[in-house]
Design a protein. Structure first.
Length: 276
């Protein structure tokens, strides 16, 4: 009975430690080694529980934490500083701000960039200066994306299209969506409510790409749906069905039908250029 009660109590304390931003009770007790015992009690205590400084002393003893080590005072001051910033302790501050640019964390804490980097490293927070810059870039890059309506696909004056997932501008948005986000043209259209008539690549660039690389790519898509090749799809499907299979617009299908097939592309025996 007493045994079970103790185990349950320990479980509860472990859960509290995690709530406070520590991996475990031991982690909490060690990290707060330099704090006044009453401060640890204040951190862990839940109203209306009666918890005294004996709690701190008990667990310091259990984990063989001697308290007030060299450097402990400085660390305690940092935890205090973190609390002033609205966090429970330094570690929580460092973890919660992992995606921030380093300069912003430095500004928040009144410390230097290398101080922030030191503590990120100490807590194994993986955001490096480089990653922080990438995060800032990503924020700029995605600005305004959320306010786009369904069915809207931004096109720049140079004909580039803006990716509605990550905000980059690309000539070949369909290729980008697949490579960067694993979205086929159909999935991209569905996600953003785009009509099949919306072209997902720079129209000017499309011409150049189309004459050269479209056929093997379309053949592979056709074969994935059980057709012999793209020509087979065009021969046997309506414009809408062909557009769905080849993952292009109906307009493209109509243009394809209107364009005479290249001399090598007749007949079903022709093997796809990029097979094997
Ligand atoms: Zn993207």
């Amino acid at each position: 009975m007493a045994q079970g009660g103790r185990a349950a109590r320990r479980e509860e304390l472990e859960a509290r430690a995690r709530e406070c931003g520590y991996q475990s009770l031991e982690h909490l007790i060690r990290a707060t080694a330099a704090w006044p015992a009453a401060d640890v009690v204040a951190l862990v205590k839940r109203e209306p529980e009666q918890l005294t400084e004996r709690f701190t002393r008990h667990w310091r003893e259990v984990f063989n934490v001697t308290g007030a080590r060299r450097g402990g005072q400085a660390r305690a001051a940092l935890d205090t500083k973190a609390r002033e910033c609205g966090y429970k302790n330094l570690e929580q501050l460092i973890r919660r701000t992992a995606a921030w640019p380093i300069a912003e964390v430095a500004a928040l804490t009144g410390k230097t960039d290398s101080w922030v980097e030191h503590w990120r490293s100490a807590f194994s927070v993986t955001s490096t200066r480089h990653a922080a810059q990438a995060a800032r870039r990503a924020r700029t890059q995605t600005a305004g994306l959320k306010s786009l309506a369904a069915g809207e696909q931004p096109v720049g004056p140079d004909g580039k299209l803006r990716c509605r997932v990550c905000g980059v501008w690309r000539d070949l948005l369909d290729q980008h969506a697949l490579r960067a986000h694993g979205l086929t043209v159909l999935e991209y259209r569905r996600r953003f409510g785009l009509a099949n008539t919306v072209l997902l690549c720079n129209e000017a660039v499309w011409q150049g790409r189309d004459t050269d690389g479209w056929r093997p790519r379309y053949d592979r898509r056709a074969q994935a749906h059980g057709y012999i090749d793209a020509a087979d799809v065009l021969a046997r499907c309506t414009d809408e069905q062909a557009a769905a299979v080849l993952e292009v617009t109906v307009r493209t299908i109509k243009a394809r039908r209107a364009t005479p097939a290249p001399r090598a592309a007749t007949g079903a025996s022709r093997a796809p250029r990029q097979s094997g």
